[in-house]
Design a protein around this ligand. Sequence first.
Ligand SMILES: *Cc1c(COP(=O)(O)O)cnc(C)c1O
Length: 543
Amino acid sequence: MRPEPLPLVAYFCMEYGLHEELPIYAGGLGVLAGDYIKSAGDLRLPLVAVGLLWRGGYSHQHIGADGQPIDSDDARDVAHLLKPTLKEVSVTVEGREVRCQIWQVDRSGNAPLYLLEPVNEQDRWMTRRLYGGAEHERVIQEMILGIGGVRALRALGLSPDVYHFNEGHAVFAGLELIADQMAAGKSFETAWAEVRSQIVFTTHTPVEAGNESHPLDLLLGLGANRSVRREDMARLGGEPFNMTVAGLRLASRANAVSDLHGDTAREMWRHVGDTAPIVAITNGVHPGTWQDPRIRLALHGGDLWETHRELKEELLHEVERRTRVRLRPDALLVGFARRAAAYKRSDLILRDPSRIGPWLERGDVQLLFSGKCHPQDEAGRMLVANLVQAVRRYPKSAVFLEDYDLRLGRLLTRGCDIWLNNPRRPLEASGTSGMKAAMNGVLNLSVLDGWWPEGCQHGVNGWQIGDGRSEADARVGDDRDLAALYETLAKDVLPAFGDRAHWSRMMRASIEMAQWGFSSHRMVRDYFYSLYRVPAVGQAMAV
Ligand SMILES: *Cc1c(COP(=O)(O)O)cnc(C)c1O
């Protein structure tokens, strides 16, 4: 029997983290999408990606003299990274045509990526800043991505078999596909059922606030609903219109991004009827981007410890260049770089000065932090300011690095000794930075959340913090995890760090675990061979 041909997949995402010079990403979601299309390109899988061209980037975030984050545009000259397709589409926003041009990212080594941008200067504000602006602006951005994206594919002569909405931002693409069918005379019901068989949805956040919703009146006023009536809109996304719920109801197959997140997501959306079944496909990271070639070489015959020392020295050099703090190459270096969100608890390790203080003052442990908050998130700004303040108590052994981006992410996840991760379980859906670290032999010290329960062999390739229970009372959970963190650091990590041969063995185990299980090549294949397979019409879906 001949193998079935693979479907052509159209991948939709609000952000893509391909390279620091093209700042159209904010964080984990974008970096994942970037890795995804890189692996699809490496493996020559039939996939095209659609996004928006954010001329003002996301945000440059610096820390002022008062310790508060200060944001500015991240506008760069990206002309050399783009080529025009000479095609245009238009999207009707509030009854007015917004013409958009279609750019193609001019970069080898990834599946084709098309980016939309309004043609007219007076419309350019719509796609100025990624996640910028008020709700009204966000919906317009999502209309351009979803509705404009479907039209762009058509203008380019492509007819995808599968539409993959990576997170809820692209769900208006589903409405556009339904409206097309209705224009051909079908009822909403029939159109929905047909379109549904082509749509795949990935959910990324188990945090309630991370699941966007908008008033139906706003969507109808802007025209996001296309020809779908108000009551049918409510059947898809509820009222207010929840983008994740709509994604789950527009799709026939859906997934979460780790096994544990699969359990959490199924539980979280159980009360919502008529959703696609949610399976788990664990994220992965792109080896060519995230694994240092010297580590790959050392794994096959070099000296892992010496190679690691070299990478650590490069990181320390960069830290000194940026902050004038010279950290010690022979003392344990613990890295922590995350978006500022309360559940990630970036300051946890600093919360008991009587425990962490002596280690930092003696120089047995050194801490390196980084991470941005969303510019309009007041709580996030406070978290960054508090972390910066806590770090300043230990000027010789704790450092906060400003403006976390792909470049800094690369340096950190190959140059630290330990990669710390202490979210409130089970709120971290995946946590891909830990995979990048593991792939370079930077050992994970992490709560059993996100991907880590699938990767962790305690004491062999990294360490777990605590016993993997979740705690409803945040304060109780914080105290318990903090005690477990200090205990593991004292009893396991520091002694292991004193034994080079042992540490090198753990590095090897970590690298092998990550290469085998947490590469984006494995991830993309999983999507193609399970989630993207188009069910035959009339056949029950076996998931
Ligand atoms: C990998 C990466 C992330 C996502 O990592 P998490 O572990 O989910 O926090 C975010 N930002 C940058 C710059 C990254 O490289």
